[in-house]
Write a protein of this length. Structure first.
Length: 691
């Protein structure tokens, strides 16, 4: 999109950030040279201007300033108008050229040829200031729209350690070939896709899969490039490299989604297409009536025609949407909602469906203790203290979940810690030997669960990870661990449904777990067991039904779906790639802010419509006045320019009123219900885990 825009507006091979800088510079140049024009030709003649220096005539002095303010700053619009004209279309650029260009050229003519005529230098310069300001604001909003692909490519490590000729060597990742053995050490990033040959470890795949728990890897397991090795060392055989890797496929999907997503056409551009035609017709009719029908002098007829063209200039029309967008994005940013482009504000009002990724979006993205079940006569504090005693010092996510829950307790110092492979761990405490782990560990120790048997099966059936705790030869309780629902997720779903917006949950979890979580949240539509590469396809399927779809996600795997959606929302706590791919970033990581974003977009669109109606209505009234229907009352160039500035002021004030908008969706951080149980079963390779 940026390349097309650069070509259309004559920016050569510049990228979008360079175009923004160029438009800013043109605006500043125009502004600097317009100020002295105001001094020497005050609009409306409110004070006597000073005499020009060096004995120059006033019009000649204004000519120098106006030429500097108009010729270079307005050049992109002349280029764009010419290219549009060659395509047989008329747009905002054509209207700008018609107004600014004819006003400037007529003023030049009256300066050097028809010295008795009026001049429009100040009107043309002032109009261009407002127009350039509007385009600069618009292009600045677009510039941050998408660097997702560059962010994705940075995930891959630059170097890889491989075995060649029996020796380990380090080579650029791009040189790894399929079939080679790659060596991975703790903390290292996996360079390419492959299959584990020797060794075991835990691998953090959250950047690509969105799942919060490290995944155990043993011989025969598949590893994915750009994921992070958390613990042990292993070697794997490279199977997919370069363009065939999972990360490269996600990059491809992002590119396809971006290229297939047509940018929303701003309402002002649509209005400008009609306004330019009307302005030309009214202007020509004005000339024809005054010169041929009324028999007025040529200079008078031309002056009236140019007045029509100048008063038709879309300064208010050009600022109608950028001003509303600027105020709206500022209000959103103040409340932690970042709109990255103007089209997102427009499209968010049309959404029929909101698709939520589960892990890290509706849930917090890390395991938490969600339920405690104790044996008779045992308190929750005793259960947690015993478990925390065994887990002290462990960095495993499950252990960290238990330690966070027991943070306010004093855990006894353990002795004789022992890891029991595949089942759990044990340690000696003042209250006796503590065994902590899965059901197999309890059976190996010949410990009877008693009434906790039924509770363990219930928790397992609900998709919890169940940690069994025994102390002094007795099972004292169960600790259920799962990803936790964000405090505001249920309220967000409820609010969206009240607004007749369908809510869909999209997850890679198994269908049974996904349906249970959806039921807790009040979500009827669930797309479960969806692979990362399939998420964009699911969004496409919903769009194929004629619905406008918003996607909310936080992981690299969500990037293609975020760009494919009509509006992509990224949770601020997510990855850089997700935030770059999205149109809107929710910095507080609060799903409830989706409601606020939609409310803000609706309020903004209302202001856009109001501003556009005002701008168009102004022209409906201004055209006849400029054409001289109230003759002998005739608008002078100065009054015409002043009326245009008044129109622009009305648009600006109306846009500023957006600041008074109350966003019903905004919630203060920390408010809301406590996290509730969510998430599917967690599969750790750790002594304290799995049921």
């Amino acid at each position: 999109m940026s390349a097309d825009m650069a070509h259309e507006m004559g920016h050569g091979g510049k990228d979008l950030p360079a175009m923004v800088r160029d438009m800013r510079n043109r605006f500043l140049i125009c502004l600097v040279f317009t100020v002295p024009i105001f001094v020497y030709a005050p609009m409306g003649g409110f004070f006597e201007p000073p005499a020009p220096p060096f004995g120059l005539e006033l019009n000649l002095w204004l000519f120098f300033f106006a030429s500097a303010a108009i010729l270079y700053p307005s050049w992109p619009f002349f280029v764009s108008a010419w290219r549009q004209l060659k395509k047989g279309t008329l747009g905002m650029a054509a209207l700008i050229v018609l107004s600014v260009g004819t006003g400037y050229l007529f003023s030049v003519a009256t300066t050097f040829l028809f010295k008795e005529g009026g001049q429009f230098f100040e009107a043309a310069a002032v109009l261009l200031v407002f127009i350039l300001l509007g385009h600069w604001l618009e292009m600045r909003a677009r510039a941050g729209a998408s660097s997702a692909i560059q962010a994705l490519m940075k995930l891959t490590p630059a170097k890889a350690s491989v075995i060649r000729n029996g020796a380990e060597i380090e080579i650029p990742t791009a040189e790894v070939v399929a079939g080679e053995i790659v060596v991975i050490r703790p903390g290292g990033k996996i360079p390419v896709d492959g299959t584990v040959e020797t060794g075991e470890s835990l691998v953090d795949e959250s950047m690509l899969t969105g799942e919060s728990m490290p995944v155990p890897k043993k011989p025969g397991a598949t590893v994915i490039g750009a994921t992070i090795n958390k613990s042990g060392s292993f070697r794997f055989k490279a199977t997919k490299v370069g363009a065939d890797s999972a990360l490269a496929q996600i990059v491809k999907l992002v590119q396809e989604a971006q290229s297939s997503k047509a940018p929303a056409q701003l309402l002002a551009d649509k209005a400008a297409q009609w306004l330019v035609i009307v302005a030309i017709l009214v202007g020509l009719a004005t000339f024809g009536v005054w010169f041929w029908v009324m028999g007025q002098p040529l200079l008078f007829a031309v002056t009236m025609t140019i007045t029509v063209f100048v008063i038709a200039c879309p300064d208010a029309l050009g600022l109608a949407t950028p001003m509303a967008v600027m105020v709206s994005t500022d209000l959103g940013a103040t409340n932690g909602i970042l709109f990255k482009n103007a089209s997102a504000l427009e499209e968010a009002t049309k959404l029929d469906v909101i698709v939520f990724d589960k892990t890290g979006t509706l849930t917090v993205g890390q395991p938490e203790v969600v339920e405690l079940v104790t044996a008779d006569g045992v308190t929750e504090d005793v259960l947690l203290a015993a478990a925390a005693a065994v887990e002290q010092g462990s960095q495993h996510p499950l252990a960290q979940a238990i330690l966070r829950r027991a943070a306010n307790l004093t855990a006894p110092a353990p002795t004789g810690f022992q890891s029991i492979d595949g089942m759990g761990a044990s340690a000696e405490t003042g209250g006796g030997t503590v065994f902590l782990g899965n059901r197999a560990l309890m059976e190996a120790q010949k410990l009877d669960l008693g009434r906790l048997e039924v509770e363990a099966k219930r928790l397992q059936g609900e998709g919890r990870t169940v940690v069994h705790v025994a102390q002094a030869a007795r099972v004292i309780g169960l600790i259920a661990i799962a990803d936790a629902i964000r405090p505001s997720s249920k309220a967000a779903v409820s609010r969206l449904r009240e607004r007749n917006i369908q809510v869909v949950m999209l997850t890679g979890d198994n269908a049974a777990t996904a349906r249970r979580i959806a039921a807790d949240l009040g979500i009827d539509s669930v797309l479960a067991e969806v692979l990362p590469a399939q998420k964009a396809e699911k969004v496409k399927e919903l769009q194929a039904t004629g619905k406008k779809v918003g996607m909310v996600g936080d992981g690299v795997n969500d990037a293609p779906a975020l760009t494919q959606a009509d509006v992509g929302f990224a949770i601020g706590a997510g990855t850089d790639v997700a935030m770059e791919s999205a149109d809107v970033v929710l910095m507080k990581s609060d799903p409830f802010d989706i409601v606020a974003a939609i409310e803000l977009s609706r309020a903004t669109l209302r202001k856009m419509h109001q501003n556009l109606w005002w701008a168009v209505g102004y022209n409906v009234v201004a055209f006849p006045l400029a054409a001289g229907v109230l003759f002998p009352f005739v608008l002078s160039p100065e009054v015409a320019a002043l009326s245009m500035s008044g129109s622009t002021l009305v648009v600006a004030i109306n846009a500023l009123l957006l600041k008074r908008t109350r966003l019903e969706g905004i919630r203060q951080p920390g408010k809301g219900a406590e996290p509730t149980a969510a998430g599917g079963p967690i599969t750790p390779d750790h002594a304290s885990a799995v049921a």
